[in-house]
Design a protein around this ligand. Structure first.
Ligand code: ADP
Length: 460
């Protein structure tokens, strides 16, 4: 708006100075004409006397010829006495000038019926030798200039005001259309709050606000499913924890009633309580590990050699495998060093869970843990010759508290958390885990983790 106002002032100024310049040129031309006549007249003079020339110059009829409707002429002597005026000047007279003030334009305010400003040029008239004969004043009324600039000013003012109103309106509209959706978005978001996570904005806009709303909806999707998972976990956990607690409670009551009288009840109830409390402890520690694994970024990470962890886990599992008569071995080139960055405790837990399961579910044969590198990834495969896995259940094996048929049917101990922990640990290390049935029988669990470039596998 300021620029438009300044522009209008500049146009006004430029127009006025253009018109004034034109008027200056006009009166300069008349003054030149008079000066020329004066010089020529004086050159015909046969005496030193300037009087005849002056009389000729100040003749009213001559002056009226030079003058026009807007142009006024007055001739003074070199000393400043008025010799003659064009008749349109009436009672008005130009102020005398002393020679030397030649070619000076001055502005003069004239009153009367049509008050206006007059532009006046004072020109000293000289003879052929350059002696001052008289002074000519040529004036031009600037009514037309005033009128034109006045009109132009009115138009510019109207245009400026109209432009300002349009700009103000457009700015208001733009500001409104930018803030309106944001305000509506804020209101909608506030309404959704934590209580109504199932609500979505579903705005079909293609602009930034639309993308913001879509991002918000996507975030709500994730939040809702995270909350749902948490709720499911709490409900599963309380359900799973209730079973051993119920058993412990029932056996404690039996002990209270018959424990001191019946040694059989005493023994079996104490055994049951010990078993179930052991399961409870395993479950609680499993849940803690799961929480730690799911905390993601908080876990410390350091470069680790996968082969060393596998060797260590296999060494510790040797005893339970031996008890079941199973062959257990780690398969990888001796000098191989596959490096991954991660938490040593969690990665050991991951491999331990897989090896423990393999030993637990396998009745005869062998359990083998292989490490290899594939396309920048460290692959750990735990294969067994157990019952294998049911294709239908393969996806659900990794869900929390999921326990497959063989586990329940054969009364194999477990919490249903082992593979959920495996998946969480693999995820926080940027890896994946999958299970499949081996064609020759048994199952194979495969974990893939991003390997570091310094990994080394000797040529076989
Ligand atoms: P848990 O071992 O405590 O039952 P997991 O989460 O470790 O819980 O395993 C979930 C289920 O996956 C088991 O109940 C079992 O049905 C199946 N499973 C896991 N490992 C094996 C395996 N090596 N062979 C066959 N089934 C397995």
């Amino acid at each position: 708006m300021v620029v438009i106002a300044l522009g209008a002032v500049a146009i006004d100024f430029a127009l006025r100075s253009l018109l004034v310049d034109q008027a200056k040129a006009q009166i300069a031309q008349t003054a030149d004409q008079i000066a020329l006549v004066a010089r020529e007249a004086s050159s015909f003079g046969f005496s030193e006397d300037a009087a005849p020339v002056l009389i000729r110059l100040s003749d009213r009829a001559t002056l009226d010829r030079w003058a026009s409707a807007n142009e006024y002429i007055q001739i003074d002597t070199a000393q400043g006495q008025i010799l003659g005026k064009s008749s349109n000047l009436g009672g008005v007279a130009f102020a005398p000038v002393t020679p030397g003030g030649d070619r000076q334009y001055t502005m003069m305010r004239v009153g009367g019926v049509r008050p206006t400003t007059m532009l006046v040029l004072d020109r000293v008239l000289t003879d052929a030798e350059g002696r001052a004969l008289a002074v000519a004043h040529v004036g031009e009324r600037l009514d037309i200039v005033d009128e034109l600039t006045g009109r132009a000013r009115a138009i510019l003012l109207a245009v400026t005001i109209a432009a300002m109103i349009m700009i103000a309106g457009a700015s208001y509209f733009v500001a409104q259309s930018a803030t309106d959706p944001i305000e509506r978005l804020t209101a909608a978001v506030a309404e959704i709050g934590s209580e109504r996570l199932d609500r979505r904005l579903r705005w079909q806009r293609r602009d930034e606000v639309g993308r913001l709303a879509a991002a918000f909806d996507a975030m709500l999707d994730r939040l809702q499913s995270a909350f749902a998972r948490e709720r499911q976990f709490i409900s599963d956990a309380s359900h799973e924890l209730r079973t051993p607690l119920t058993v412990i409670n029932a056996n404690a009551q039996m002990l209270q009633r018959w424990g001191d009288r019946d040694p059989q009840v005493l023994r079996t109830s104490l055994e049951a309580i010990a078993d179930e409390s052991g399961r409870l402890a395993a479950m609680v520690s499993g849940m803690l590990t799961l929480a730690k694994a799911e905390s993601g970024d908080a876990i410390p990470k350091e470069p680790l050699v996968v082969e060393r962890i596998v060797d260590d886990v296999v060494l510790h599992a040797r005893e339970p495998a031996h008890v079941k008569g199973l062959r257990l071995e780690a398969r990888h080139p001796v000098a191989a060093q596959t490096v991954v960055v991660g938490d040593a405790g969690l990665l050991r837990q991951l491999i331990t869970n897989l090896v423990d399961n393999a030993i637990k579910f396998t009745e005869s044969g062998e359990v083998a843990v292989a490490v290899r590198r594939d396309d920048g990834h460290a692959i750990v495969e735990v294969a067994d010759t157990g019952p294998g896995i049911d294709d239908a259940a393969a996806d659900r094996l990794f869900d929390r508290f999921f326990r497959g048929d063989p586990a329940h049917a054969r009364n194999i101990e477990g919490t249903g958390l082992g593979l959920a922990i495996v998946r969480s640990i693999a995820r926080v290390h940027g890896g994946t885990v999958s299970a499949s049935r081996r064609p020759e029988g048994g199952s194979v669990f495969s974990v893939s983790l991003p390997a570091e470039p310094e990994s080394f596998t000797p040529a076989q």
